[in-house]
Design a protein around this ligand. Structure first.
Ligand code: UDP
Length: 235
């Protein structure tokens, strides 16, 4: 395997499958199988899960809700998704721990870096819920932050698109995919990979990001074994 320890970022929306809201159990099961396959090969897997399938603070704010209140709801949504993913992974035979950045001790362990690293060494998948624990941040920022903290080799951003394109491939048929691109070029070309806070944190810490299509079964294994799918962003 090319990567020994990975941080997989899954958006909340990815869990919706074809639904408009919530969690698609079939999609969850497929993700769990893919994650189980690489764990069984000895890859240490940490996951940051989003919450957009349930609630986003900005959406609340645009309807007149206090932004911080909305962000708290969004953070709790990521814990709900984390619990669902934990359950699916355990059904697939993989031991997991859910650690939350917001204290919710009856439901999840608190985030403790050393504990998280120990779980990984023991072959447990660690799911980080609650984002960064702060409003005005995203789970992409949480993904980069946790990846740096646990000394992951790479961030794998699993999306429904198979990489980074020069324009939006879902709107423009002539869009061209990059196999590889530098952090500087992403910024220079104004491409959207992650929000700026998350992206800059990754760049400053020289942590590569691979964007790939997580909805194609087996792709996760291909990425961790070093096959050139998706788009890799590095220095
Ligand atoms: N959120 C937050 N702080 C964080 C991470 C997330 O306040 O550190 C809230 C924010 O409201 C965000 C929501 O949780 O909109 C869900 O996270 P995100 O939008 O990143 O989920 P995704 O787009 O990956 O599904």
């Amino acid at each position: 395997m090319k990567y020994k320890r990975i941080l997989l970022k899954l958006s909340g929306e990815a869990l919706m499958g074809d639904r408009q809201y919530g969690i698609d159990p079939h999609r969850l099961e497929e993700y769990a199988e893919d994650i189980a396959a690489i764990t069984k090969l000895g890859v240490e897997v940490a996951i940051v899960i989003g919450g957009g399938n349930i609630f986003r603070g900005v959406a609340g704010a645009s309807n007149g809700m206090d932004r911080v209140q909305g962000d708290h709801m969004g953070m709790l949504a990521t814990v709900i998704n984390g619990l669902a993913l934990q359950s699916a992974l355990e059904d697939a035979g993989i031991p997991t721990r859910l650690q939350s950045a917001v204290h919710i001790n009856q439901v999840a362990e608190p985030f403790i870096r050393r504990k998280a690293m120990r779980h990984l060494e023991k072959g447990r998948v660690v799911i980080f819920g609650g984002g960064t624990g702060n409003p005005y941040f995203t789970t992409d920022s949480a993904a980069v932050l946790r990846a740096i903290e646990i000394e992951a080799d790479v961030i794998l951003k699993g999306t429904r698109v198979d990489g980074i394109y020069n324009t939006d491939p879902e709107k423009d048929r002539t869009a061209v995919k990059f196999d590889h691109i530098t952090f500087d070029d992403v910024l220079r070309k104004g491409l959207k990979v992650m929000d700026t806070t998350a992206f800059t944190l990754s760049q400053e810490n020289e942590l590569p990001i691979i964007v790939f299509d997580m909805n194609k079964k087996g792709n996760l294994l291909k990425v961790v074994s070093g096959e050139k799918i998706g788009t890799k962003v590095n220095l």
